[in-house]
Design a protein around this ligand. Structure first.
Ligand code: HEM
Length: 240
């Protein structure tokens, strides 16, 4: 896999297969989300739901697989080897853009499952079609507790798995952070419920924020791609 991703790409001369594939998929996913937004604006709730569901789930699977296989963000943050431009540009432009990109991707990975769950909770099926239901949307406090217990149990299971498989402390810490984030988002819902009491309005407001964020992810990934592979590619010395 690693070897395949390092092969020369198909878009620009200095691109790699990994970079080109990831960029192309990022463009495809963003176009699909914006299309889903347009469908929602036209009142096509069910088509919006179907497209969002398929594209968001495949995007999350792709992101996790991609970052796992290439550790792009981590590698780029570690050193300047992959960047062929002047150090001032690396520090004052490349790093801020890449950091913004990684923060947006992280927020996107949190907001996406949240919005999908919120979408189901805020909708009714009327004549086979999803329709946003106006009115207060509040979760039962007992449900909150049950969800937290499930999260705690799943986290404990993962930690036992890590110990049994002899995984590193870093892997255990990563699982702790992931499950703490999920528990945090569930807790945040309590605050969001107070801020945006109407479920349909909550879906529209947070949905638009999510969509704008996905558009910004595309802008920052385009800028990163252009800087790394078009404007400031690393000049390879012949024979090296
Ligand atoms: C990441 C997930 C999602 C995002 C980002 C999202 C985003 C949005 C946005 C931005 C709107 C309002 C469009 C506008 O007026 O500008 C909307 C409307 C809507 N969404 Fe979602 N949505 C998501 C998931 C879902 C899911 C899972 C469902 C159904 C189960 C759903 C059902 C609807 C419906 C029925 C509308 C109303 C369409 C109308 O106005 O008739 N959404 N969504």
């Amino acid at each position: 896999m690693q070897e395949f991703l390092k092969k020369p790409g198909f878009m620009v001369q200095s691109g790699t297969m990994g970079a080109d594939l990831s960029y192309l998929l990022a463009v495809i996913f963003t176009v699909l989300f914006l299309l889903a937004w347009w469908m929602a604006k036209k009142g096509q709730g069910t088509r919006h739901h179907n497209l969002i569901f398929v594209s968001m789930v495949s995007m999350v699977v792709y992101f996790v697989a991609y970052y796992y296989a290439r550790s792009l963000g981590v590698l780029s943050l570690e050193g300047k080897e992959g960047f062929g431009g002047p150090p001032e540009v690396y520090d004052s432009v490349f790093m801020p853009v890449l950091t913004t990109h990684l923060i947006l991707v992280t927020l996107g990975l949190i907001l996406t499952p949240y919005m999908i769950v919120e979408g189901f909770r805020a909708c009714d099926k009327v004549g086979g079609d999803y329709v946003l239901r106006p009115g207060d949307l509040k979760a039962d406090p007992k449900k909150f507790k049950r969800i937290w217990i499930w999260i705690l149990a799943l986290w404990a299971l993962m930690e036992v798995y890590c110990l049994a498989m002899g995984k590193s402390g870093a892997a255990q810490l990563a699982y702790l952070l992931i499950f703490a984030t999920i528990a945090g988002v569930v807790g945040l819902e309590k605050l969001i419920e107070k801020w945006l009491t109407d479920g349909a309005r909550r879906h529209r407001v947070l949905g638009r924020i999510t969509m704008v964020m996905f558009a910004l992810i595309l802008v920052t990934s385009t800028a990163t791609y252009l800087m790394l592979y078009v404007i400031y590619p690393v000049k390879t010395v012949a024979g090296s």
